[in-house]
Design a protein around this ligand. Structure first.
Ligand code: NAD
Length: 497
């Protein structure tokens, strides 16, 4: 019998019986290891009700007390990050060191949110008119919904809930059904940290649970991360239902290599950023734009590094793990087939499998295409696997044009030693997160994460001050303490004097 993963509602595991459930795999063995309950609309509503009931108490809990609970949660997370990482590797497949890195990046948002007393400070203007002061405050929204993807089962929810909770909101998280266990350990940590029941809830499931969050009028905002078609649906439906929505979508990140770049360092970074986490990162590099005349040399340098990568079970110190499911592996593989059919040069063929792991795991090895053109699906589509495409471009301008013409605008990087070119690039490029000789420019927690164009719907990015803004509403108070000088009748519109 496989282990069961169920919901976390009002500070405890749900004790009902689910009508539907899904399989959770160990991608390195291809075996089903757990079954995860899928929430019905009624179960989702139960979680929202628990969060709604906890809101007035949590909103009125002092900033000092909220910060203390966040600090306690941070200590538990830091002490038990290996356990969270192990759960991620078991269900996602990424190698342990990578899973640990994900937890660390999530922890940085918790550390940022520990400063909530400072982050929520408003403004105060004394004497805007005679005896009149104006000040601003920010207040929590209420119940907030968070819907996350499979590729970062700990970090992506942590882009949102530390800030949301610190700001006084109560939360319902709908994690990916593919790797649902890491968030359960996190829920338990919140309880041990002293977070009151009902402030943090987890509901597992699929579209039914997501639609419940989108439709329940007590859910005030939705923070979504996932593929672009679903992000667009979430944004359109959520805003139609009167909710505040930030919906982060897919990506196709280009790395522009100028002729003056150090090609050895650029090749190292292209391999790291292309194949880390088996390419299942929204900030992975999937296209290298080689500016003439570096193409032949750069492709040779990337190709000569690839055999050094050891693919296999992420618990065994390998460099790259399996893909998340067999279905996803087959989809990525079909893109490799399509690339060959459309005439791209297959320099390294990842379909030839030699792995350090179970033969039934969801394997696909690092794959490199050269002479890719913009009409090929391996260029236009987000593949989300270990497939790196090299496009040859004649100039810096042609490279920038390609990046700006692509519908996605999540991340990009330029490799050059020319500061002027880098500065021009950051100014001209239509992408939300830019690396200068940094291939995966994920912003620190105190900046905000988010792309442009089809990589983000809504106008607020995750965490940083934009995150604080998203999870709070502003009020401005104009106040005076009446004395006899304020007497008399005057129907004119108030102006300063
Ligand atoms: P996904 O869109 O399939 O799923 C994301 C979430 O939506 C999951 O919780 C899933 O259960 C739910 N969902 C799936 N189908 C749905 C439907 N029809 N209606 C309502 N909800 C639905 O994405 P994924 O495969 O889990 O994750 C990979 C994608 O996420 C990639 O496209 C990747 O680029 C993107 N991503 C983006 C960022 C970013 O910051 N922009 C970060 C991480 C991942």
């Amino acid at each position: 019998m496989t282990a069961r993963v169920t919901h976390w509602i009002n500070g405890q595991l749900w004790d009902g019986t689910a009508e539907r459930s899904g399989d959770v795999y160990d991608p390195a063995t291809g075996k089903v290891t757990k079954s995860v309950d899928f929430a019905s609309r009624a179960t989702l509503d139960e979680a929202v009700s628990a969060a709604k009931a906890a809101f007035p108490m949590w909103r009125d809990t002092s900033l000092t007390k909220r910060a203390q609970i966040l600090f306690a949660f941070r200590e538990l997370l830091n002490a038990e990050k290996e356990s969270v990482a192990a759960l991620i590797t078991e269900e996602h497949g990424k190698v342990l060191s990578d899973a640990l890195g994900e937890v660390t990046r999530g922890q940085e948002v918790v550390e940022f949110a520990c400063g909530i007393p400072h982050l929520l400070k408003g403004g105060f203007s004394e004497g805007v008119s005679s005896g009149v002061d104006v000040y601003s405050i920010r207040q929590p929204l209420g119940v907030v919904g968070i819907i996350s993807p499979f590729n970062f089962p700990a970090m992506v929810p942590m882009w949102f809930f530390p800030v949301a909770i610190a700001a006084g909101n109560t939360v319902v998280v709908k994690p990916s059904e593919k790797d649902p266990s890491a968030i359960m350990l996190i829920a338990d940590m919140w309880k041990r940290a002293g977070l009151p029941d009902g402030v943090f809830n987890v509901v597992h499931g699929d579209k039914e649970a997501v639609d419940g969050l989108l439709e329940n009028p007590d859910v005030k905002s939705i923070s979504f991360v996932g593929s672009t078609p679903i992000a667009r649906y979430i944004y359109e439906t959520g805003t139609k239902n009167g909710k505040r929505v930030q919906a982060l979508g897919g990506a196709k990140n280009h790395m522009l290599v100028l002729p003056d770049a150090d090609l050895d360092l650029a090749a190292d970074q292209a391999v790291n950023a292309g194949f880390g986490s088996a390419g299942e990162r929204c900030m992975a590099i999937s296209v290298v734009l080689a500016v003439d005349p570096v193409g032949d040399e750069l492709v040779a340098k990337i190709a000569e590094r690839m055999p050094q990568l050891r693919t296999g079970d992420g618990r065994r110190g390998t460099d790259m793990g399996p893909l998340v499911t067999g279905v996803h592996r087959d989809k990525v593989r079909s893109y490799v087939d399509a690339g060959v059919e459309s005439g791209a040069t297959l320099v390294v063929d990842g379909r030839e499998i030699v792995v350090d792991g179970d033969a039934d795991g969801f394997w696909l090895l690092p794959t490199l295409f050269d002479h890719v053109t913009t009409d090929m699906t391996i260029y236009s589509d987000e593949i989300f696997g270990p497939v790196l495409c090299v496009v040859r471009v004649p100039s810096y301008e042609a490279g920038v044009q390609l990046i700006n013409d692509h519908p996605y605008g999540n991340g990009t990087a330029i490799f050059t030693n020319d500061g002027g070119a880098a500065r021009r690039f950051q100014n001209e490029i239509e992408v939300g997160m830019i690396g200068v000789n940094v291939p995966i420019p994920v912003p620190m927690a105190y900046y905000s994460f988010g792309g442009w164009k089809s990589s983000l719907f809504g106008d607020t990015h995750a965490h940083g001050t934009e995150g604080v803004h998203f999870f709070t509403r502003g009020k401005v108070i104009t106040s005076r303490w009446l004395d006899p000088s304020h007497g008399g009748l005057n129907l004119g519109f108030p102006t300063q004097s």
